[in-house]
Design a protein around this ligand. Structure first.
Ligand SMILES: [Zn+2]
Ligand SMILES: [Zn+2]
Length: 155
């Protein structure tokens, strides 16, 4: 099981980005990136990638071309996506669409959903929902206690 430590600069930028899209009335998605964790159990998210996604009040979509750009950027910078984070207009949960499209089809991949277009910010992960990818299109809801273990916001 992997823990992702999110540097203060990264979570502050993620909040700012998600609030900008939310201010336009759109859901937002960002990818938290860091050095790959091969053989280690703690990863550090040191970069935020905000793809040029489309969005509405209740959905977002990342065009294939953006995913290709993401991949080459990761390759150039020797980073990998440690978690995806996206907003909902209201309550945070994993929708059917969220289930169908894991960015990274790796078992253990983490997907955080942030309520209310991130207006309240990420501090304490209040109202957030975390899902872990189990493979074959299946996800598991991570309990709040485990979420606070696995996603640590650096102060
Ligand atoms: Zn956005
Ligand atoms: Zn969603």
């Amino acid at each position: 099981m992997e823990t992702v430590v999110i540097t203060r600069a990264v979570w502050t930028e993620a909040e700012r980005t998600m609030r900008l899209c939310g201010g336009l009335g759109n859901e937002c998605v960002v990818y938290l990136c860091g050095e790959p964790t091969v053989g280690r159990s703690v990863a550090r998210a040191t970069a935020v990638y905000h793809p040029a996604h489309t969005g509405s009040a209740t959905s977002y979509e990342v065009p294939i071309s953006e995913l290709l750009k993401l991949n080459s950027s990761l390759f150039e910078n020797r980073l990998s996506v440690l978690a995806q984070v996206h907003t909902h207009p209201g309550q945070a949960f994993h929708s059917g669409t969220d289930d169908r499209w894991p960015t990274i089809e790796t078992v253990g991949f983490l997907s955080l959903v942030v309520p209310c277009f991130c207006r309240e910010g990420l501090s304490g992960l209040a109202g957030c929902y975390l899902a872990e990818y189990l493979g074959s299109g299946q996800w598991r809801e991570v309990s709040r206690a485990e979420m606070l273990q696995r996603l640590q916001l650096e102060q």
